[in-house]
Write a protein that binds this ligand. Structure first.
Ligand code: URA
Length: 433
């Protein structure tokens, strides 16, 4: 078999066979195919697409290109959740303990933030003492003992995807539905998931800016799940404004804790309940609507909060900082950002606020940057609210004022106003299963 012929086949819109795709991914992993041939094939796939079968073969070949997390020692159906990334997205902090409180194992590998999107690992690390790195044996032990553990990615999962992603990034081939879908699903499968709930975001703060594209991506991932024997459900949700009010690591932990005590922002609570209900449903715990009622109960009766504390304690975190949130990292200065005129808020550009939080030190422009856990932004208003001239739209939590002018410019651009009441788009647009 020759890579030359595989490139020619895809260029000529032919369906690639499993053998051809396996040959390609083996060559990528072992470094026996040149980068210029890899990128030629990626571009041919970008232009001519892949059908369901080809996309599943690609997914499984990438999943099998490195370590596969062996979670067979964990009892029960392991349902993973994956968000395609957004701003203020702290759902794992709430969903993981909530689902675990039903006795369903949540063995989660999470990532760090980059650019305008935050990462679960950074949020958890803002809790003093919390340990995100542990041997796989300890990870499994924690899940078997308390049903929940969250770690940073361990092992060499889907190395072929890592190599392909780096090449796609510099050859304008990222935004291809089969390539994105197989990239995400290969990592979930290598991470040991039996079933998967996907939170596919669309809008200004999301990877997919348009709803239609998010639906296509979600459908492609659900199709892969079906082809490879992993039950998969996708929830399409709106990221045209940040989720909840808080953006920034410790600020988001506080908002998650308030949510776990039944006092969370309505939009954030709603998506947490939806994702948890879908995960529990895939784990065989009942029907989605009935589960939602019980999930609400568990936010209000302390069960979810107690499970969260158990989880934090099991990973070395200081639970005093959970009971007394003043012990979490704090910025030393608060600055109000106010409305220049009266008006209804018609849009809050999530991406701009994500970048603003990053510039305050709450995120990374590049992988090696360090993080200031206490800084960020808390919104006072959401889309649809009326703001009077001079009223506070958001509070900035600041330690270093070096980028403050740029941050304020971004906030001015992020908030859009209308003189008339404006309709809010639904938070959850569609469920695909
Ligand atoms: N996230 C991924 O993991 N892969 C992609 O291709 C795009 C987003």
């Amino acid at each position: 078999m020759r890579i030359y012929d595989i490139i020619a086949n895809k260029r000529d819109k032919k369906e690639l066979t499993k053998e051809e795709i396996d040959f390609f991914i083996k060559g990528v992993t072992e470094g026996t195919i040149e980068d210029y041939q890899i990128t030629a094939l990626l571009m041919a796939i970008y232009i001519n697409g892949m059908n369901k079968k080809e996309t599943s073969y690609l997914t499984m070949a990438m999943a099998n290109s490195g370590d596969i997390a062996d979670l067979s020692m964990i009892n029960g159906i392991k349902v993973d959740k994956h968000s395609t990334g957004g701003v203020g997205d702290k759902t794992t902090l709430v969903v993981a303990p909530l689902v675990a409180s039903f006795g369903v194992p949540v063995a989660k590998m999470s990532g760090r933030g980059l650019g305008h999107t935050g990462g679960t690992v950074d949020k958890l690390e803002s809790i003093p003492g919390f340990n995100i790195a542990m041997p796989i044996e300890k990870f499994i032990e924690n899940v078997n003992n308390i049903n929940v553990a969250v770690v940073g990615q361990t092992g060499d999962l889907a190395p072929a995807d890592k190599k392909l992603y780096a090449l796609r990034d510099v050859t304008a081939t990222i935004s291809s539905i089969p390539l994105i879908a197989s990239s995400i699903m290969s990592k979930k499968i290598a991470g040991g998931a039996d079933a998967i709930v996907l939170d596919v975001k669309y809008g200004s703060g999301a990877f997919m800016k348009k709803l239609d594209d998010a639906i296509l991506l979600a459908q492609a991932m659900v199709d892969i799940g079906e082809e490879v024997g992993r039950k998969t459900i996708a929830v399409i949700s709106n990221m045209n404004e940040p989720l909840g009010f808080a953006i920034g690591n410790a600020l988001e932990v506080k908002e998650a804790i308030n949510t776990l005590k039944g006092n969370g922002p309505a939009d954030f609570e709603k998506i947490c309940i939806e994702l948890s209900a879908q995960m529990l449903h895939l784990a065989g715990k009942g029907e989605v609507e009935e589960l939602k009622t019980e999930l609400h109960n568990r936010l209000n009766n302390g069960i979810a909060f107690e499970k969260f504390k158990e989880f934090i304690k099991a990973q070395g975190g200081d639970t005093n900082a959970i009971d007394n949130m003043d012990l979490l990292p704090k910025a030393n200065k608060e600055i109000s950002f106010t409305a220049e005129n009266d008006g209804y808020i018609s849009q809050i550009d999530a991406e701009k606020l994500g970048v603003a939080s990053m510039l305050l030190g709450g995120g990374r422009a590049k992988k090696t940057d360090s993080i200031d856990y206490g800084v960020g932004i808390v919104l006072n208003k959401k889309v649809g609210d009326f703001a009077e001239k001079g009223s506070i739209l958001a509070t900035l939590f600041v330690n270093n004022e070096g980028n403050l002018n740029d941050v304020i410019e971004l906030l001015k651009e992020a908030f859009c106003f209308s003189q008339n009441p404006c309709e809010k788009k639904p938070l959850i647009e569609k469920i695909i299963n």
